[in-house]
Design a protein around this ligand. Structure first.
Ligand SMILES: Nc1ncnc2c1ncn2[C@@H]1O[C@H](COP(=O)(O)OP(=O)(O)OP(=O)(O)O)[C@@H](O)[C@H]1O
Length: 242
């Protein structure tokens, strides 16, 4: 049995190779429940690979990944995790609403869930548009809507705010915090450090290693700067000096 105080995600000595090259070099960290944890780091540092390992679709070379008390990839976790990727799988010849009804049925989500999630991601106005006609930002939100179907306990969101205007970005962050207040655990990646301030906890990755695992406040205090972009640079300098 799992305790509510147990971490939602627990990673130990995780090693992953892609295309014959090791891209995650023995990561270890926990993600607390009911919080928004940001996975931050530059393009190519391994964020997507790490998320794939957590949702159980990545072959791992070593180590342990436990999610909601079970080994990553367990069949029982399928409906408990919502995952949105950077290239959302949305059928182009179905409308947004038809897509959500289809995925909702596959997941066994409540009948009115498609309408609920459409409103939550601000896509109700595009409900009857075909997948093929969506803009990049709309497509991303459609993928996010799919991830919200069935109210999963854990949301793993790969760069969900890329390409969105500031108003929409703000709305999505408000949604993430509202979901977290309701007990949902959220792991969200971003390559822009200004989004770090919106997270309750941060895991900063660089070249397949963890540079920091802290709160935004802790990171600012440790690096003696209020600017998280600057904090990132100081962490790199610190690592180089060590
Ligand atoms: N199929 C693959 N074959 C070989 N190398 C790969 C493959 N997929 C990813 N990589 C490499 O693994 C590393 C980590 O990639 P990953 O997609 O996890 O990074 P990321 O931090 O998510 O980047 P981005 O923010 O640009 O999406 C990169 O160096 C990438 O080039």
């Amino acid at each position: 049995m799992m305790n509510l105080s147990d971490p939602a995600i627990s990673v130990r000595d995780l090693r992953v190779s892609r295309g014959g090259v090791e891209v995650l070099h023995g990561l270890a960290f926990d993600v607390p429940r009911g919080q928004v944890t940001g996975l931050l780091g530059p393009s190519g540092c391994g964020k997507t690979t790490l998320m794939r390992a957590i949702v159980g679709v990545q072959v791992v070379g070593g180590g342990e990944v436990r999610v909601l008390g079970e080994p990553a990839g367990s069949a029982g976790l399928r409906r408990r995790i919502g995952y949105s990727t950077q290239s959302p799988a949305v059928y182009r010849d179905l409308t947004v609403l038809e897509n959500l009804r289809y995925f909702g049925a596959v997941l066994g989500a409540p009948k009115d869930d498609p309408e609920r999630v459409l409103t939550e991601v601000g896509l109700a106005g595009a409900a009857h548009q075909l997948g093929s006609t969506l803009s990049g930002g709309q497509l991303g939100r459609a993928g996010l809507a799919v991830a919200l179907l069935g109210r999963p306990e854990l949301l793993v969101l790969d760069e969900p705010t890329v390409g969105l205007d500031p108003v929409l970005r703000q709305e999505l962050w408000t949604l993430f915090h509202r979901l977290a207040e309701g007990g949902t655990t959220i792991l969200v990646s971003s390559h822009v450090m200004d989004e770090a301030a919106r997270c309750e906890r941060l895991i900063v990755l660089r070249q397949g290693e963890i540079l920091a695992d802290d709160t935004p406040g802790g990171l600012r205090a440790h690096t003696r700067t209020t600017d998280l972009e600057e904090a990132f640079l100081r962490l790199i300098e610190e690592r180089a000096a060590a």
